[in-house]
Design a protein around this ligand. Structure first.
Ligand code: SF4
Length: 363
């Protein structure tokens, strides 16, 4: 299976905690960016027809106007063919820019799955995060998606936010679960250097966040959304196929600023600087890379183990990998962080919150 990822680096406003390649953009910048995407995608004509999943992420892809969205889907379909033919096609949206007309356009374009940002149900927390959409905007966008016939919706939720209480998180979960989403991604706040939160001295609260995360995970599972990856919960059969391909070390092509690819054993990522990306793509030159690495030997095997361990089902390992990482696996078994069943290993369910300690063994 091969995935296609397309990055749209524009947002209405920058959230205080965000360290993704995203920023507000003018209409002119968006048009230039679409020109660049068309030029970059034309370089991959040879891959046309080989994709089985699509993920349009950002940024906020729904900030594009209807005319620009039509153009975007034209560029994408030159590589994928009609989107209805794909096993899954996800489009990321934020409520402030997802109106009824765009929702209908996504449906008509053949998008099968929409990922919508909620983060929290309290306007006071959303304002603190710098989010544009408030609780009512989310409710309107979600019901609009259902009315348009979308039967596969993900919502993003956060915990460990400054000023967020356990009661707030419970209320957010009640609101969300009352809507019956097929998939929820749950993240604890991370404060990265270079973000407004970092400059403002806002600190992560790992212990409180871990407690909140544990309680939220239980509530999601009780509601039938089963945890299948460290941060992801889904109704059975609604797991994200596109992301499962990442965790299975499958191949994918990423188009756009900051987009990562894994093709022919090479992992690389385009520059996240939108203007540099667009200038190079439009000039027909090499797109500057943020990094590029040929994965082989022990590094490739280590990555396979780390990605596979992100899934709650774990990973089935061939004998040669068991032998290569015998000391690491032995230490983790002894520390009670992972468990082995036959040829498979997985992180123990109650140790998923310390998964980084597991991954460190394989770096
Ligand atoms: S909407 Fe998402 S990508 Fe855009 S600034 Fe906020 S967190 Fe970042």
């Amino acid at each position: 299976m091969t995935g296609l990822y397309v990055h749209i680096p524009f947002c209405r406003a920058k959230c205080g905690y965000c360290d993704f390649a995203s920023a507000p953009g003018s209409g002119e910048e968006m048009d230039r960016y679409l020109d660049a995407l068309a030029a970059e995608s034309a370089r991959y004509d040879a891959l046309a027809g080989s994709f089985s999943t699509l993920y349009v992420g950002g940024g906020t892809p729904s900030v594009l106007s209807e005319a620009r969205l039509r153009r975007l889907f034209g560029i994408i379909e030159a590589l994928t063919g009609p989107l209805e033919g794909l096993a899954e096609s996800t489009f990321e949206a934020n409520p402030e820019s997802l109106d009824a007309a765009k929702t209908r356009l996504l449906k008509a374009a053949g998008i099968s799955r929409v990922s919508l940002g909620l983060q929290a149900a309290q306007d006071r927390l959303l304002k603190k995060l710098g989010r544009v959409a408030m609780r009512q905007d989310f409710l309107r966008a979600f019901s609009g998606l259902r009315e348009a016939g979308f039967g596969n919706i993900n919502a993003d939720l956060m915990c460990g936010l400054p000023g967020q209480t356990e009661a707030d998180l419970r209320e957010s979960l009640e609101l969300l679960l009352g809507l019956g989403p097929e998939h929820v991604s749950l993240y604890a706040l991370e404060v990265h250097e270079g973000t407004p939160f970092h400059s403002a001295g806002i600190k992560e609260e790992p212990e409180a966040a871990a407690d909140m995360y544990g309680a939220a995970a239980q509530a999601l599972e009780r509601a039938g959304l089963l945890r299948y990856e460290i941060s992801n919960f889904a109704k059975p059969g609604r797991e994200s196929l596109h992301n499962l391909n990442y965790w299975d070390q499958g191949e994918y092509l990423g188009l756009g600023a900051g987009a990562a690819s894994y093709l022919d054993g090479v992992r690389r990522a385009n520059t996240p600087v939108t203007s540099d990306y667009a200038a190079a793509a439009l000039a027909g030159g090499e797109i500057p890379l943020q990094h590029s690495e040929k994965l082989e030997g022990r590094a490739k095997k280590a990555e396979r183990v780390m990605l596979g361990l992100r899934k709650t089902s774990g990973i089935e390992l061939p004998e040669d990998i068991f032998i290569e990482f015998k000391p690491e696996i032995g230490r983790l078994l002894e520390a009670g962080l992972i468990e082995r069943t036959g040829g498979s290993i997985r992180i123990k369910p109650d140790k998923l919150y310390v998964s980084n300690a597991v991954f460190r063994e394989f770096v």
